[in-house]
Design a protein. Structure first.
Length: 511
């Protein structure tokens, strides 16, 4: 009995049979997850594995459909909320920091909890600064309580977020991709802080795609795949290769796992040399041939989306050069459209469609140069183009007057692609083409990309879906921390090969 009691006292958080559905497929199915006191526990899985949903449930951002949660020995009800989570001592530090600019470190740390004068009730600034500095000094942070947030580096700002959580008496600190914007030196400092938190008995739930960090820091690792618990690895079993095997979910045989890369010859359509954008990507050089599908792989934050946005001209770059069809090219959205570039963005609802207007209107906006004369849009031409796009991609329902926002995710994506296919397209950039669409729509999208390549259109494909990336690409470039770290150009390549390169794991298995 004593042993069981000791074991239960070690457990800070215990989640059992957690299920979650958003009016459709199950996002989490019977997931068990636990945190011990004073441990560093990594939560890993591919995109869509259910990590974010589980964190939202633990922090009270969203509710669970079923399952139990116990924290500090007390059951958490289904009315669990953000405020309730904070009251329990659960803190989360996201990639996007929540500090208030224009305020000092101490003001951010004590926001809504400021010490006040006993009589007048006004904020006791001297005491607030003193308390803040004492905590800063205890952890040896390179900060002053009176520093203004605007003058701090990203790493220092992240430290302030940690101080806020500590000031809130956090016993469980959740860190979501905390090193995505940090330099190597800042990351090393953060790891020291995490180990100090562990020494102080604070539990850290660490979410990262970077296998070397997981391997270096973690006491245990929980692997999720497709909304289900795969396995919990104890310290002696934590190894990047083993984690990747569990994340992918299968020991792939030669027939199913390997796709053959084949370098296309012929005309160089796009030539990028030494392209750089400070803080986003650095010294990118690549060539794209006619009819080639060039895959861009890498983890979240590796610079993939930023790179293709710069090539298209949505965002500026600092240095480097681009040539298109053998001539110098200055990127710009209008120029790209005129030159035969198409762009399918990652966030289709925010950047690719206008949900409140019709299929016809969405198709027409991109093609005003061919349907508008003397400042007036030809309704006849606009309708003809939309019907052509509907037919080309089998958009359903096949009614051009329907608002795009009323269509399924797959058909919305078809509209985004369709507005480019009715132009004289020479190059198509597609960023995460099948996120949030069903299997049937995915297959149609794959067929469309393959058909375009067979017709001589060059395609740049950014995808986090490894089977998709390896299946569709003729070549794959892998980005890591804004640089190209690997090219798969010839011969067989597996999903594991790409994930290992993305995670910084070398051929021999070392990080």
């Amino acid at each position: 009995m004593a042993e069981n009691s000791d074991a239960s006292e070690e457990v800070l958080l215990d989640c059992r049979k957690i299920c979650k559905s958003y009016n459709g497929p199950m996002v989490l199915s019977d997931v068990d997850f636990s945190m011990k006191r004073g441990e560093i526990h990594a939560l890993v899985g591919e995109n869509g594995a259910g990590k974010s949903t589980l964190i939202k449930i633990i922090t009270g951002v969203t509710g669970r459909n079923s399952g139990t949660m116990v924290f500090e020995g007390k059951e958490i009800g289904h009315d669990h909320s953000r405020t309730g989570a904070q009251g329990l001592g659960i803190a989360v530090i996201y990639q996007e920091l929540s500090l208030i600019h224009g305020m000092t470190v101490a003001q951010n740390m004590f926001l809504t909890k400021e010490p006040r004068m006993p009589v007048l009730g006004i904020i006791n600034i001297r005491r607030m600064n003193s308390l803040a500095q004492a905590m800063i000094d205890r952890y040896g942070f390179n900060l002053k309580a009176t520093d203004v947030i605007d003058g701090l580096s990203i790493g220092q700002r992240q430290t302030v977020e940690i101080l806020k959580a500590l000031n809130g008496k956090a016993s469980l600190m959740i860190m979501d991709e905390p090193t995505s914007s940090l330099t190597s030196a800042e990351s090393a400092q953060l790891f020291g802080i995490i180990r100090q938190l562990k020494a102080d008995g604070i539990s850290v739930l660490y979410i990262s795609h970077r296998m070397e960090e997981v391997f270096d820091l973690s006491d245990r690792v929980t692997v999720l795949r497709d909304g289900r618990l795969v396995e919990v690895l104890e310290k002696e079993r934590i190894h990047p290769n083993e984690i990747i095997r569990l994340m992918i979910g299968r020991c792939l045989d030669e027939k199913d796992s390997k796709c053959v890369m084949e370098r296309k010859g012929g005309e160089v359509v796009l030539d990028v040399h030494g392209l750089s954008s400070e803080g986003k990507f650095s010294d990118i050089s690549l060539q794209l041939h006619a009819g080639e599908v060039l895959g861009i792989g890498g983890l979240v934050g590796s610079g993939r989306t930023e790179l293709v946005r710069a090539i298209y001209g949505i965002d500026a770059h600092d240095s480097g050069s681009i040539s298109f069809q053998g001539k110098p090219w200055t990127p710009g959205v209008s120029q790209s459209i005129r030159g035969g570039f198409g762009f399918v963005p990652e966030e289709r609802r925010l950047q690719g469609i206008m949900g409140g207007i019709s299929i016809t209107g969405n198709i027409g906006i991109t093609n005003l140069d061919s349907i508008a004369g003397k400042g007036f849009v030809s309704d006849r031409k606009e309708l003809a183009l939309s019907r052509k796009a509907v037919g080309l991609l089998n958009i359903k329902p096949a009614e051009p007057s329907l608002p795009v926002g009323n269509l399924s995710g797959g058909n919305q994506q078809k509209v985004v692609v369709g507005k480019w296919l009715i132009r004289d397209l020479r190059l198509l950039i597609v960023d995460e083409p099948t996120v949030g669409i069903d299997i049937g729509a995915k297959e149609e999208m794959y067929q469309t990309i393959a058909r375009l390549a067979s017709e001589g259109v060059s395609v740049i494909l950014v995808s986090s879906d490894l089977p998709e990336l390896t299946r569709l690409s003729d070549r794959i470039l892998v980005l890591r921390k804004g640089r190209i770290v690997k090219e798969f150009a010839e011969g067989a390549v597996t999903e594991e090969d790409v994930l290992r390169a993305s995670s910084g794991i070398l051929e021999g298995g070392a990080a």
